[in-house]
Design a protein around this ligand. Structure first.
Ligand code: PLP
Length: 305
């Protein structure tokens, strides 16, 4: 989906016109993938616009940046406020928000100490990541031949540009196969996550998801869904699962800031369950209810802009 540009981007402490937020072609982030980034969302509610879990996204960004030695001149609170400001000053009621901390143009070496760090926040209108009716109808997926990263390769839980080469390979293969997304297996052949979202299965009324490991991103939506499920009295199990679990699941869905809660209709050409989605629907209702006011925000996840 092409980006519909907003008026301003927050760059290094100032709001500047979108077109002026440029970077050098030899920037470190382009050459070596030294960019820590976040994707968060602003939603319109009856009570104004909110950023969903702004603090959790900023905290993960600082963790990711630390792992790559990307300096950040701001505090977490300053970035939380800068995120609100970017949405507010662009007059956006809802938005996707991209927050990037990256190494700029400096000495030619991946380990260069003198590359300046840059920080940008862009917010723009955005719809459904996996297609206009994906949330209602679900998507078809395939298991990828590409494995996710092994332990001690790239830090677990960090959202770093370099990791997304794996996501791109999975996504390109899925497209060639004519499906919306690919599910990556861990290097041991166990279920891990999609190229761009975390994975949940429902079996016998239980909600199951692979545990945190180096091969999955510690999704903020994933954590929120686990909390909402427990709140609804649904048993949640985080456990290693072989690939075969995919074909016997009753329900299956992806979670992510972009994917929100997207049901999976078919995997490798095999229908998921019998088409009944009571747990997926209950979780969608609880999640989207946070924004239409039908789910109480007991956890302080909605950050007013
Ligand atoms: N896994 C990958 C590879 C992702 O890119 C994303 C999206 O950001 C997720 C999982 C979901 O994470 P979150 O819910 O924090 O957006």
């Amino acid at each position: 989906m092409p980006i519909q540009e907003a008026d301003y981007i927050w760059k290094n402490g100032e709001m500047i016109p979108w077109a002026e937020a440029t970077t050098h072609v030899l920037t470190h982030a382009l050459l070596y993938g030294t960019c820590a980034f976040e994707g968060s969302r602003a939603y319109e509610t009856n009570d104004g616009t909110v950023v969903f879990r702004n603090d959790a996204h900023v905290e993960r960004l600082f963790y990711s940046a630390r792992m790559y030695g990307i300096g950040i001149k701001y505090t977490e609170d300053e970035i939380i406020e800068a995120t609100r400001r970017t949405v507010r000053e662009n007059g956006l009621k809802s938005a996707y928000i991209r927050t990037n901390a990256y190494l700029g143009y400096g000495e030619m070496s991946p380990a260069a100490a003198n590359a300046p760090d840059d920080f940008v926040i862009a917010a723009f209108p955005w719809g459904r990541y996996m297609g206009a009716d994906a949330i209602e109808k679900g998507v078809d997926v395939a298991v990828s031949s590409w494995r996710r990263l092994a332990g001690s390769t790239i830090p677990a839980g960090a959202k770093l540009a370099g990791n997304y080469l794996s996501s791109r390979l999975i996504a390109m293969e899925a497209r060639r196969a004519g499906v919306t997304e690919g599910i990556g297996l861990s290097h041991e052949g166990l279920l891990s996550e999609a190229g761009s979202a975390n994975l949940f299965l429902v079996k016998g009324g239980k909600l199951m998801t692979p545990p945190f490991s180096s091969s999955i991103l510690h999704g903020i939506t994933r954590a929120s869904i686990i909390t909402l499920a427990k709140d609804l009295g649904i048993e949640v199990v985080e456990q290693e699962m072989p690939r075969e679990m995919l074909y016997g699941a009753d329900e299956m869905f992806f979670t992510g800031t972009a994917a929100e809660i997207t049901p999976i209709r078919q995997v490798d050409g095999i229908e998921v369950g019998k088409g009944e989605r009571s747990i997926t629907s209950a979780l969608q209702k609880a999640f989207f209810g946070l924004f239409d006011g039908t789910t109480e925000d007991k956890w302080g996840w909605l950050d007013r802009v």
